[in-house]
Design a protein around this ligand. Structure first.
Ligand code: ING
Length: 317
């Protein structure tokens, strides 16, 4: 019996500073209905799906910063989304800024939750690879202050058995690091959900937009294939108060092929009737980890953070 599941990416267009959470949740609900009409059983919403991408701004007032965070999930504003998902029997991934108290102190994370088809939060992920900077770049056209506003995630990369599959999560910049997917691949992941908010322009170096989209797609395709997993990558995109973020939401098969790709930079649902066993032949062959991996030679990957150049000049006489 084939294990088939219709997977969906529910891409969001821009969320402006003036947009209330209630207005955003209304958009998420419309997207959920559209995904339901397409037969979806699991829907991936973007990173920070409830507010504008506020790390683009230098903010000094902590109360102003905290206004972008959720102190509970579900919250009053998002409860209708959880209720509808439960009624429709659809699981989902939702990214948001999390403010919580742990070990007696306030913690702030860039977080996603995994919600099963009964509307229950079964998993949480806190973003580990925080890109950008923490200082105020006075000359820059915009900031990317995730290192200032969030802590590094403290719960690792996990995989949960839910909705009849092995589901893992990561967030945005995590997708650029092969370690992210390999750690989940070593937990036999079958579906990786990743929301993202990616500026169209490179803050530090002139880079053509087509190249940034290329990097986005090759990292997802390579990681899907090298770990024989489905990947659902969902953007929040378009111009948020004038600041451009690219779309490119896509669903990538364990073969590395793009099975669906969003066409717009606005609210849009894409879906694929996925064979969850499609990656099985790859896990039995090319990427049979047990048979082929040689971990005795991989020590540097976990032992060394930054690259160290060879110290000896091999051409020296
Ligand atoms: N955004 C971007 C991302 O990783 C970035 C930041 C863009 C880093 C391009 C490097 C190159 O897609 C977030 N939110 O991580």
């Amino acid at each position: 019996m084939l294990r088939r599941m219709i997977l969906a990416a529910a891409q969001l267009g821009p969320i402006h500073l003036k947009d209330s959470r209630a207005s955003v949740v209304k958009r998420l609900i419309v997207l959920l209905w559209r995904a339901h009409a397409m037969g979806a059983r699991f829907v991936v919403f973007p990173e920070m799906a409830l507010t504008t991408f506020f790390p683009r701004y230098w903010i000094t007032d902590q109360a102003e910063i905290d206004a972008y965070f959720e102190t509970s999930m579900p919250s009053n504003e998002t409860q209708p989304l959880f209720n509808l998902a439960r009624e429709l029997g659809i699981g989902f991934y939702l990214g948001y800024a999390e403010k919580t108290v742990e070990d007696g102190r306030i913690r702030r994370f860039n977080t996603s939750v995994l919600v099963n088809a009964k509307g229950k939060i079964v998993g949480r992920y806190r973003k580990i690879h925080l890109p950008g900077h923490s200082e105020h770049l006075l000359q820059a056209p915009f900031q990317h202050l995730e290192k200032r506003y969030f802590e590094v995630g403290n719960e690792g990369f996990k995989v949960w058995r839910t909705m009849g599959a092995h589901v893992g999560m990561c967030i945005c910049n995590d997708r650029r690091w092969p370690e992210t997917f390999r750690v989940m691949g070593l937990q036999d992941v079958e579906i990786v959900a990743v929301g993202y908010n990616t500026p169209t322009d490179n803050l530090h170096h002139p880079e053509p937009p087509h190249l940034r989209m290329h990097h986005h797609l090759i990292t997802l395709q390579a990681s899907a294939y090298q770990n024989a997993t489905w990947v659902i990558a969902t953007a929040k995109c378009g111009r948020e108060d004038g600041f451009a973020m690219f779309g490119g939401s896509c669903i990538v098969a364990p073969t590395g092929e793009i099975a669906a790709l969003a066409q717009s930079e606005d609210d849009e649902v894409i879906a694929v009737d996925a064979d969850l066993d499609l990656g099985a032949y790859i896990k039995r062959g090319t990427f049979d980890f047990a048979r082929h991996r040689r971990i005795e030679h991989y020590g540097l990957i976990a032992a060394r953070t930054a690259a160290v150049a060879p110290s000896i000049d091999s051409d020296a006489e």
